[in-house]
Write a protein that binds this ligand. Structure first.
Ligand code: GAR
Length: 201
């Protein structure tokens, strides 16, 4: 069983998708801890409802990003975490976490990367007028939303869409491809070649 930590900042619907995939037997993994940088994040409630360890670590309580991440790292080590999932976690991962968990941190992003990195990706795509939007699961590296791509799913943009309706349909796809990508990781089926991810089998 792979020990997972999920880092969150908000609503936690992607966390919920991972929890559900574990509970229904699709994913053979265990969530050892859920960590939020935001005190009132609903994701923490979701975690508690499922009997998971839910921790708030306030970045404001630390002088530097390094010392904040050292604290997070302490929790991850304590729980013997092997894989870190970012699920709506809105902080940029720094050197401290990246060097310890190299190629073991995944993120879900609500756009077809490398288009529309950063915040409000669905709104960016909508405003740009793309005909096809989507979402991406990728390895996390030093670059913002820049790591090697594991899975992507497309979502057609309809004439009647608003940024909100589009975001809703993208989110449905996020909930499918994130558990799928995690399953590939925990089953050791991802092979990294430079910035290309080959899926074995
Ligand atoms: C999701 O749409 C996720 O892709 C996005 O935040 C939302 C979190 O929702 N992440 C990013 O934009 C990261 N750059 P959730 O808390 O319900 O999972």
């Amino acid at each position: 069983m792979t020990n997972i930590a999920v880092l969150v900042s908000g609503r936690g619907s992607n966390l919920q998708a991972i929890i559900d995939s574990i509970e229904n037997g699709y994913l053979k993994a265990e969530i050892s801890v859920v960590i939020s940088d935001i005190a009132g994040a609903y994701a923490l409630e979701r975690a508690k409802k499922h009997g998971l360890n839910a921790v708030h670590i306030d970045p404001k309580g630390f002088e530097t990003k390094e010392s904040y991440e050292e604290e997070v790292l302490g929790v991850l080590r304590n729980k013997k975490v092997e894989l870190v999932l970012l699920a709506g976690y809105m902080k940029i991962i720094g050197k401290t976490l990246l060097s310890t968990y190299k190629n073991r941190i995944l993120n879900i992003h609500p756009a077809l990367l490398p288009a529309f990195p950063g915040l409000h990706a669905q709104q960016q795509a909508f405003d740009y007028g793309v005909k096809v939007a989507g979402c991406t699961v990728h390895f996390v590296d030093e670059e913002l939303d820049g790591g090697a791509i594991i899975l992507q799913e497309c979502v057609e943009v309809k004439d009647c869409d608003t940024a909100e309706t589009l975001a809703g349909r993208i989110l449905e796809q996020e909930h499918k491809i994130y558990p799928e990508a995690v399953k590939l990781f925990v089953e050791n089926k991802l092979h990294l070649e430079g910035r290309k991810v080959k899926i074995i089998g």
